[in-house]
Design a binder for this molecule. Structure first.
Ligand SMILES: [Zn+2]
Length: 413
């Protein structure tokens, strides 16, 4: 019994000695292995001689393969033939990177080629075990975050300080197109957004995948926007505010995609054809002959016809308050009484009637009076019905709380 403590002691010594020994063995190992292990595209780079290159003009698979020996004395021509079914050689594009994995022992023997299609997708042409082609994707994941910031400089500058790409500024400006003039945002304006961002292998940033919610505080006013699909079959969501009102306007900003405004609505202008001063009750959009003209809002064609002044024209009644009219068309593409949707092409630009060159005279009627649409506070797109609104408000409640809380924490308001 009296030897027991000794036994413990020796045991302890044994253990501690062993510990020391192990440490001594480990140390030189670490020193030898100074080259870090590099793994990518399913290869351990350390096991090969790796050459990185980019596709040059005139490059093709046989040219690249031809510079090396292939395993089992495979001929270049046969290799290309075998690869063809799963790797279209025409897919190769100038400037795209590729990697060659050569045998460390036989440095002219090509073991594999990795063609990098984009940040995520790549193809592996593998010669190690017969010829195999694998089209692969790097594993990606989504990370969700809410950011809040105060405007400093432009919106895109502020966003990039938060590590968000400038392209997102364009997207935000589009969402708020009808509510906020982003040329007028100022220091002191704040925003918060909840976004999902995609990463490759949890570390390489790809970009914003989706937006869950956005908030802007502009000149002391609150502007929320939540993407939402009212109908599940919608390809893209529409944006609605915290009350369920659509952020899109009932009207497009112009009846043409590309144009130059050649004459604005005015009480007095010199008429270029009649050569006298008179009111111009429309906005002239000059564009190439034949350019498609779009209905700026949904409605019913009230009149599609011709007069000597208007030339070929279309007038659309949108509701009890608003109508729009489009003049000087080279071609009318709708009929009286036809229902048209916002953005639908109703005719083509021309110079029929009293016109000096191809343009659309766009006329905007409110309660039977012609007004300047640029000076109107225009209504939003049609609101949701009560049932949809209840579901929507429930959906956005946690999202809104999240935006508010991040703003609160950041600015302690
Ligand atoms: Zn005009």
């Amino acid at each position: 019994m009296k030897y027991l403590p000794l036994l413990f002691l020796s045991l302890f010594l044994f253990i501690s000695c062993n510990d020391v020994k192990e440490k001594e063995v480990k140390k030189p190992k670490v020193k030898v292995n100074t080259e870090p292990i590099v793994k990518e595209y399913g290869f351990v780079f350390n096991d090969y001689k790796v050459i990185r290159d980019t596709i040059k003009s005139g490059d093709n698979l046989s040219l690249i393969f031809g510079k090396f020996d292939l395993p089992d004395s495979l001929r270049t021509f046969d290799a290309v033939e075998k690869v063809k079914d799963s790797f279209n050689p025409r897919m190769i594009k100038i400037g795209k990177p590729y990697l060659l994995f050569l045998d460390k022992k036989k440095p002219n023997e090509l073991n594999a080629l990795v063609y990098v299609k984009n940040k995520i997708e790549y193809a592996v042409i593998d010669f190690r075990d017969s010829v195999q082609v694998n089209n692969k994707k790097k594993p990606t994941s989504l990370k969700r975050r809410t950011i809040a910031a105060e405007i400093e400089g432009s919106l895109s500058e502020t966003l990039s300080k938060q590590g968000v790409s400038q392209a997102f500024a364009t997207k935000l400006a589009k969402v708020y197109e009808y509510s906020i003039d982003f040329f007028k945002i100022q220091k002191g304006d704040k925003f918060s957004v909840t976004i999902n961002e995609r990463y490759i292998e949890d570390s390489i940033y790809v970009g914003i995948e989706s937006v869950e919610s956005t908030y802007f505080q502009h000149r002391g006013n609150d502007y929320y926007a939540f993407p939402y699909k009212l109908k599940p079959e919608q390809a893209y969501p529409d944006y609605y505010d915290e009350k369920g009102n659509g952020l899109k306007s009932m009207f497009l900003k112009s009846p043409l995609d590309y144009f130059r405004i050649s004459s604005r609505f005015s009480g007095r202008r010199f008429h270029p054809v009649q050569k006298r001063w008179k009111a111009h009750n429309g906005t002239d959009y000059a564009a190439a002959h034949g350019t498609p003209i779009k209905a700026t809002a949904t409605g019913v064609v009230e009149r599609a016809g011709y007069t000597s002044g208007n030339g070929n024209y279309v007038k659309i009644r949108h509701n009890g308050t608003y109508s729009t009219q489009y003049l000087h068309m080279s071609k009318i593409l709708v009929k009286n009484g036809q229902h048209v949707s916002q953005g639908q092409v109703i005719g083509k630009v021309g110079s029929t009637g009293l016109a000096t060159g191809p343009h659309v005279c766009y006329r905007f009627w409110k309660n039977g009076v012609q007004v300047d649409p640029f000076r109107q506070q225009l209504p939003n797109a049609e609101p949701m019905n009560d049932k949809d609104k209840t579901i929507y408000l429930k959906h956005i409640e946690p999202l809104r709380k999240e935006l508010d809380s991040v703003i609160k924490v950041k600015f302690k308001k």
